[in-house]
Write a protein that binds this ligand. Sequence first.
Ligand SMILES: [Zn+2]
Length: 244
Amino acid sequence: MKKNSVSLLFGLISMALLGQDNRPISIYHLTDNFYVYTTYKNLNGHDFPSNSMYLVTDEGTVMFDTPWDTTQLQPLLDSIWVKHHSKVIMAIATHYHNDRTAGLGFLQQQGIKTYSSKMTYDLCHLNGEQQAGFYFEQDTIFKVGDYLLETYYAGEGHSPDNIVIWFANAKILYGGCLVKSIENNNLGNVVNANIKAWTTTIRKLIRRYSTAHFVVPGHFGWADTKALRHTLRLLRQYRKVNGG
Ligand SMILES: [Zn+2]
């Protein structure tokens, strides 16, 4: 009995700790040299997950967006070093909100080249978010090691500036917050969204990336490539209720 109460107490203490501190980073292997990592931000007492990705190449590791939870920046770099013996050399942020950009300053301090679109760069400045060191003014293909990273702006949606990244080698679409997970039953944060344009934007992505094997949304699970169609459904549902 005594043993049980001790372990129950321990369970309660660790739950309390979990409530106070954000959960640590989780790293998942997606395919080939592509990884999804999730950090958690405590919002109204709940740990809210945010997905980002990284790719390990012969030239070094590229990060796509930064941890939302900035206490996980150094642990992420350390984990990448321990797991892959690879240094992070570059990062691309996919829109200006801080679940994508919170680590840009830290990464730059480490000598890592950080990029975003010009629109994101300007919106970061306007909204007091961290800016990338470099920006691109149009859709850009980066070649790193054997990999092509294609940035694509399909139009407004979750935010005015949201871009996606296409990894042609592995047919992965990194959708960021523009794409909702099939685990979501609403559009989430729509404060800076353009609901009407969002539908057109997603339709463009469905046409352009019909061969995608993976579609990774900004939050929650990425098990299903139907995330794009699911986002359209959520948009339709939102417009039915709210108009627009
Ligand atoms: Zn987001």
